[in-house]
Design a protein around this ligand. Structure first.
Ligand SMILES: *Cc1c(COP(=O)(O)O)cnc(C)c1O
Length: 464
């Protein structure tokens, strides 16, 4: 069997899906039994023709696909995949490179090297910053905090890679009260204990209070790591990074910034003020699969010091073919050995958009968020909960009598999701139920915002 038939069939199926994406109900409810029936059954004894397999897969999953790469999906912070990146992702699979070392894939190495340099420039991070390509921001933060742990303990004479944490002094980890759950997950995996963090108070937008940080730092005497945030998942607000950077430096602590989507503000001269001082950190994490609009899995970890990263991610075996002339061995930047060539899709995104295209995409999503907020706030049944500084809109729905707004908000959200014009999710913000609208897709246009706002208001009015 040649590859041609099966790959062409897959290409036709993919194009058919993407051609219909804008008109597909966005996140229709599906009974899990239906998917289990379509995909399940006993493990087959005998293999099947790959063309049949691809057809069966496509028809079996159809009802359970969420049009999250389409223009009216506003849940979580998802982003779509740019056409050039989908194509690059297909090729990444076809080439099937193990991009761990230069020897295993010179192309996989150089694509990451080049894309890394472009990302550092685009985000205005210090020249010479090292970059690891991870599965997402969770693993980016894990990698960054592993290096942070290593660096702050090394300063007190502990080699944590060799000796582990037994016998090491406690590491103080400071986070904002609105820290993302995945930063806590990284700490829990690193033996730093998510329950041991010191939380700093935040304001009504979820921004860390720098004065409160000063007080917390004053009582941290040993090795210390501060985790700040660019882009709170509900409001989009960023911590006061310039002040945090100054305080952390004075204290001699390590500063990590989780900027899974918010770091992209740095790519726009209009929005960069939101992350002023961002360049002062020791490490940063962000996602490619969110706002850069490359397919899953794509995240980036950035390091000011290559040394800290090298130490934390060191790994060697006699048969490993390490490059000797300064070529990039990708695996030394991430906690993995064999890995997908993640640089190709990122390279394709940056070539396809260019600096101006990235800027324009980020700014457009933010102006779409403004438009959505303005449209929704026309209705007295909508209460806006955040300042729209970035791409996030946080609202609450009010029943006519005004009582039990939590339950009413959740009911409106369910109706919007079932309606299928757009998809948005719920959250709790400062103790109250709210709806989150996150705009991070390259293809979302004004007409999508208007159509979605109409649908949201229709669902609200039906319930009011
Ligand atoms: C999405 C997100 C993460 C986690 O990123 P993944 O790509 O899902 O691993 C971390 N922090 C913030 C602020 C996020 O929005």
């Amino acid at each position: 069997m040649s590859h041609r038939d099966v790959l062409q069939r897959a290409a036709n199926l993919a194009v058919g899906y993407l051609d219909g994406i804008a008109e597909r109900p966005v996140g229709p409810p599906v009974a899990v039994d239906r998917l289990r029936a379509a995909l399940g059954g006993p493990l087959p004894e005998k293999g099947e023709d790959p063309r049949v397999v691809v057809e069966s897969l496509a028809s079996g999953v159809e009802a359970g696909l969420v049009a999250s790469c389409g223009p009216r999906y506003f849940g979580f912070v998802i982003g779509g995949a740019l056409p050039a990146t989908v194509a690059a992702d297909w090729l990444t699979s076809a080439w099937d490179q193990n991009a761990w070392t230069y020897a295993a894939s010179p192309a996989g190495s150089v694509a990451e090297e080049v894309a890394a340099g472009w990302l550092v420039e685009l985000l205005g991070l210090p020249a010479g910053t090292s970059v690891g390509f991870t599965t997402g921001a969770t693993m980016a933060s894990f990698t960054a905090l592993a290096a942070a742990r290593s660096a702050v303990l090394r300063r007190v004479g502990i080699d944590v890679e060799e000796e582990g944490l037994a016998g090491a002094p406690p590491v103080a980890v400071i986070v904002g009260d609105a820290v993302h759950a995945t930063v806590l997950a990284a700490l829990q995996m690193l033996g730093l204990g998510r329950g041991r963090v010191r939380r700093v108070a935040t304001d009504d937008q979820g921004r860390m209070d720098a004065e409160a940080l000063r007080d917390v730092l004053a009582i941290c005497h040993g090795p210390t790591i501060v985790c700040a945030q660019a882009g709170e998942v509900n409001t989009g607000a960023s911590d006061p990074l310039a002040e945090i950077g100054k305080l952390t430096r004075e204290h001699g602590a390590w500063l990590h910034i989780d900027g899974a989507f918010g770091l992209w503000a740095a790519a726009s001269p209009k929005l960069r003020h939101l992350v002023t001082g961002v360049e002062q950190a020791d490490s940063w994490s962000t996602d490619g699969h969110k706002w850069l609009n490359v397919p899953y899995d794509s995240g980036f970890v950035f390091f000011r010091s290559r040394e800290a990263l090298r130490q934390a991610m060191s790994l060697d075996a006699a048969y490993y073919a390490m490059s000797e002339k300064g070529e990039r061995d990708n695996f030394l930047c991430v906690p993995e050995s064999s890995r997908r060539a993640r640089g190709f899709t990122v390279w394709a995104a940056l070539r396809s958009l260019g600096r101006a295209g990235v800027r324009e995409m980020i700014e457009r999503c933010c102006s779409m968020a403004q438009r959505m907020a303005a449209r929704l706030c026309d209705d007295p049944g909508v209460e806006l909960l955040n300042d729209i500084v970035l791409n996030q809109v946080l609202v609450r729905f009010l029943s006519r009598g005004g009582d039990n707004a939590d339950a009413f908000t959740r009911e409106v959200i369910r109706r919007i999701q079932a309606d299928g014009t757009c998809w948005l999710g719920g959250t709790r913000w400062r103790g109250r139920a709210a709806a989150r609208i996150s705009i991070s897709n390259w293809s979302t246009a004004e007409a999508d915002i208007d159509r979605s706002a109409d649908a949201i208001l229709r669902c609200l009015r039906e319930l009011r």
